[in-house]
Design a binder for this molecule. Structure first.
Ligand code: UDP
Ligand code: MG
Length: 314
């Protein structure tokens, strides 16, 4: 009988020829210490260098390693998604290839999983060897996202995490396309906890996340978990309307009390602000509807039932 796999380690790879061998060595060493069955799933996200050849060589020497090759570069989040969909372990660990997430931390995650947690994410308490700009933009992004959404997406965590099979199955069943995986994992719920770690310097090579890809990730994060940007015009409209009304009232008072001319520059401006306010408020209203259409077409279920106690027929 085929042995059941306990751990699946998903590793996205994009032009990682300089790190893949070392990465495999470290991952194997750590996973061997668990004395339980595991698989390593490399997802080659359309690398242009020798990543594919190197990964194929590793696969030919180690049956525990699987390789998913993309036809072109689709991006980090699609790569993680494909890895999860290919995985069959009872626990799935997603880890970057560049050893910035220290593989040793996986053992701490496994420990927490054995204590009964379904999601164990890695929380970066420090980032080493990364530029000020990267740290600043990442820090700012996580905090903006947190303030915009109603679900609790932990700050300073990437995709380095362990998820239980049941969480992975829910994630795999979600149809949405522009996925922000770490947000979806938070949204799914179940028992979640974290382990702290110091993010290391990249083992070799450069970041595969240029500004353009970082922006895409940030927009995916914000737009898939918040439609506040759509309704912001409504708030602006409210402010504009209020300012216009105050100015108008002042004008009318001046007109009545001091007999000043009613149609002056300030009067026109106040009427303008009021009209502008009405238009923006209407746009905010439309935003509310678009937000709801957006919710519907994402197709996320309304809820996820973990279990039902005393269900008839059990
Ligand atoms: N990656 C990927 N596809 C991409 C970009 C990155 O699969 O289009 C992988 C990359 O090989 C690495 C992980 O995603 O394993 C994180 O990328 P990187 O280390 O470059 O990001 P950073 O740590 O600089 O944010
Ligand atoms: Mg990295």
């Amino acid at each position: 009988m085929r042995q059941e796999i306990v751990y699946s380690v998903v590793v996205p790879l994009y032009n990682e020829e300089m790190v893949i061998d070392e990465s495999y060595k470290r991952l194997k060493k750590i996973m061997d210490t668990t004395s339980e069955s595991y698989e390593i799933i490399f997802v080659n996200d359309g690398s242009l260098d020798k990543t594919r050849e190197k990964a194929e060589k590793i696969c030919s020497q180690d049956v525990n390693v699987k390789l998913v090759n993309f036809s072109r570069n689709f991006g980090h989040q699609p790569a993680i998604t494909a890895g999860m969909r290919t995985s069959s372990g009872k626990a799935v660990i997603v880890i970057d290839a560049d050893l910035q997430d220290p593989p040793e931390v996986m053992l701490k995650m496994i420990e927490k999983w054995k204590q009964g947690y379904d999601v164990v994410y890695g929380k970066r308490i420090k980032r080493e060897g990364e530029s000020f700009i990267k740290k600043f933009t990442a820090g700012a992004f996580y905090r903006i996202l947190k303030s915009m959404t109603s679900i609790d997406i932990p700050v300073d965590t990437g995709d380095f995490r362990l998820i239980d099979r049941k969480v992975c199955d829910v994630l795999n069943s979600l149809p949405e396309r522009n996925r922000y995986v770490r947000g979806l994992v938070s949204w799914i719920g179940y028992r979640q906890t974290y382990v702290e770690f110091v993010r290391q310097e990249r083992f070799a090579g450069d970041t595969k996340y240029p500004l353009k890809k970082m922006f895409k990730l940030a927009f995916d994060g914000i737009t898939s978990f918040s439609y506040k940007p759509l309704v912001i015009s409504g708030y602006l409209g409210g402010v504009s309307f209020l300012a216009g009304m105050i100015m108008l009232v002042k004008d009318l008072v001046d007109f009545a009390a001091k007999g000043l001319k009613l149609v002056n520059f300030q009067f026109l401006l106040s009427v303008d602000l009021i009209m502008f306010g009405i238009v923006l408020s209407c746009m905010g209203m439309i935003g509310q509807y678009i937000g709801r259409i957006f919710d519907e077409c994402r197709g996320r279920p309304n809820y996820i039932i973990e279990n039902i106690v005393n269900k008839r027929g059990d």
